[in-house]
Design a protein around this ligand. Structure first.
Ligand code: PLP
Length: 391
């Protein structure tokens, strides 16, 4: 079966992903099963998406019921799940309005448009530059690639959208030296794809203060860090920030493609009819999935930090020669290793533990937020054996 699937991909799917040789057919709780019936414990959540694990009965029920009732009508009309979700997300974030999209890149595109228009409405079109950080990752569309502070992703795709500058993470002086046409700063609280690199809280607060002083919009990309991944609903809340715009995606709908961005008072009413749109955004099935995801996560979020600390302490206590450090926030962790992370991730997969790579030297761990301490313990035992034998 797997051979046929692989042959079909090889023949007909564009070769854009370095896939591992596994054909997953089913998931249950925090365990995935391949076509041969082999079980794998999941420390990856489909890159931070499956925060409620696989096949959660409340999630399945909500999706099935909404699919049966009404799957899609477009944004020309009102639907109940969209209204309920908007109310929940604004309450959870402390922001005022939301725009629904379908992916992280699209969420960031909308956030960028909103930031530029908010500035243009006050100062005119000339004030349009958005500052982002080196090693950041904001998506694969041409504009979010331009925002992404890693040249490796830009090569062969020029010209990118104009009006982005990248400065080093943690260097407040580099930001202060900018002026003139800057309208916004956009950053991740923990750079995920860049290697699970947290921004220091003091730096984030300096950035926020500078944004307030210069009337730059503070835009936080919470596509990977958000929806409980870092221990608070949004990671900015842990850092004591009050951003103007916040994007989210990945974990919001527990496995369906969904995202969006939230705006505070400064930009809440900036976008008007005709300014921005997407056919599927706020699709009732995705909204129902998101509402169920929020319900499931509500009692779970309080334990995310303890689970992250458990992983960190257990790995450090293993005293593995190949491990340099464990970094990150909540259940978004990077284990910096000696040697190629991809080789270790392959070995972990062979041993039945699904993990991720990230930029640089890190094995990235993004387990479902609902994972039990028993499952963590079992996964860490596999981790220890594989990494110890590899060193
Ligand atoms: N922003 C961040 C911080 C991300 O981690 C990602 C994806 O990894 C994106 C944006 C792009 O999201 P998507 O792949 O859903 O377009």
């Amino acid at each position: 079966m797997f051979k046929l699937t692989k042959a079909q991909y090889d023949a007909h799917v564009m070769d854009t992903y370095a896939r591992f040789d596994v054909d997953f057919v089913r998931g249950e709780g925090c365990t995935l099963y391949d076509a041969a019936g082999k079980a794998y414990l999941d420390f990856a959540s489909g890159i931070g998406v499956n925060s409620v694990g696989y096949g959660h009965p409340a999630w399945v029920d909500a999706v099935a019921k909404q699919a049966a009732a009404l799957a899609h009508v477009s944004n020309l009309y009102y639907t109940g799940p969209g209204g309920r979700l908007a109310e929940r997300l604004t309450a959870l974030s402390g922001l005022e309005t939301v725009f629904f999209s379908n992916s992280g890149a699209e969420a960031n595109e909308g956030m960028i448009k909103c930031a530029r228009k908010a500035s243009a409405d006050t100062y005119g079109d000339w004030r349009h530059t958005i500052v982002t950080l080196r090693d950041s990752f904001h998506g694969r569309t041409l504009t979010t690639l331009a925002a992404t502070g890693q040249d490796v992703f830009h090569q062969r795709f020029h010209p990118l959208t104009e009006g982005f500058i990248h400065v080093p993470r943690g260097d407040i002086g580099a930001l202060k030296r900018l002026g003139g046409d800057v309208c916004a700063v956009m950053l991740e609280i923990v750079q995920g794809e860049g290697g699970v690199l947290p921004c220091p809280q003091e730096y984030l607060q300096q950035v926020a203060a500078l944004c307030a002083e210069r009337d730059w919009l503070l835009c936080v990309d919470e596509v990977q860090t958000g929806v409980g991944r870092c221990g608070s609903f949004f990671a900015f809340q842990k850092m004591g920030l009050k951003p103007d715009l916040v994007s989210f995606a990945k974990g919001i709908a527990g496995g369906l493609p969904f995202g969006g961005f939230l705006a505070g008072q400064r930009a809440a009413r900036t976008l008007r009819p005709g300014d921005h749109a997407t056919t599927f955004g706020g699709n009732p099935v995705c909204c129902a999935a998101a509402l169920a995801t929020l319900d499931i996560l509500d009692p779970v979020l309080g334990a995310v930090d303890a689970k992250g600390a458990f992983i960190r302490e257990r790995i450090l206590a293993m005293n593995l020669p190949a491990v340099n450090e464990v970094r990150g926030l909540g259940l978004m962790l990077g284990v910096s290793v000696q040697g190629a992370p991809r080789v270790l991730v392959q070995k972990l997969l062979d041993a039945g533990l699904v993990c991720l790579t990230a930029g640089g030297d890190a094995i990235r761990l993004l387990p479902p937020l609902v994972i039990s301490f028993d499952d963590l313990e079992r996964g860490l035992a596999i981790f220890e054996e594989v990494v110890r034998n590899a060193s």
